[in-house]
Design a protein around this ligand. Structure first.
Ligand code: FES
Length: 170
């Protein structure tokens, strides 16, 4: 089937089997420059990409769900200015994901930043951040290298930088 979508901000017309998983599509279409895990058991969580700004396990997304989708891989994301917010948060807190899960956890943090800070624009700024939801979302990747406290500290540090961007834009 033919599918129009965008991958790392480039329009693509894919010609793929409708059930082919997104991680394999990305690896093949990029000629191997996009590196994603393929554990074949849907358990490792090292195949995360952003699909319409949400962090998803790309091995669980069949091609037929990609019509009109906006897909961002870590390789594309690390060229964006938003990555600097997380790099600074990692440096500020002295904590960061291990090399094994760095790409996937960074994209999960990014999806949380986009969602929560967007919601802050429509609700009270004093509303409590749902720490449980943040830690739960990070568990999409099963690597235990960061504990809950580190996850919250990184998120909070990155959120400060992201809010500053929003203030500068407005
Ligand atoms: S490849 Fe392991 S969870 Fe997707």
């Amino acid at each position: 089937m033919k599918i129009k979508c965008s991958i790392d901000n480039k329009s693509q017309l894919l010609d793929v089997n409708s059930n082919k998983p997104l991680n394999l599509i990305l690896i093949e279409e990029s000629g191997g420059t996009i590196k994603l895990s393929s554990c074949n058991s849907h358990l490792c969580g090292n195949c995360i990409v952003l699909l319409n700004d949400e962090a998803v396990l790309s091995c669980l997304i069949p091609a037929f769900q990609l019509k009109g989708a906006r897909i961002v891989t870590f390789e594309g994301y690390q060229k964006s200015r938003f990555f600097h917010d997380l790099e600074r948060a990692y440096a500020d807190t002295g904590s960061q994901p291990c090399p094994h899960c760095f790409n996937s956890k960074t994209l999960i943090f990014e999806s949380l930043l986009q969602r929560i800070i967007k919601e802050e624009g429509t609700t009270s700024r004093d509303e409590e951040i749902d720490e449980y939801a943040i830690v739960k979302e990070l568990s999409l990747n099963t690597c235990p290298c960061l504990d809950a406290q580190e996850v919250i500290a990184i998120y909070n540090a990155a959120a400060v930088y992201r809010r500053r961007r929003r203030v500068r834009r407005s």
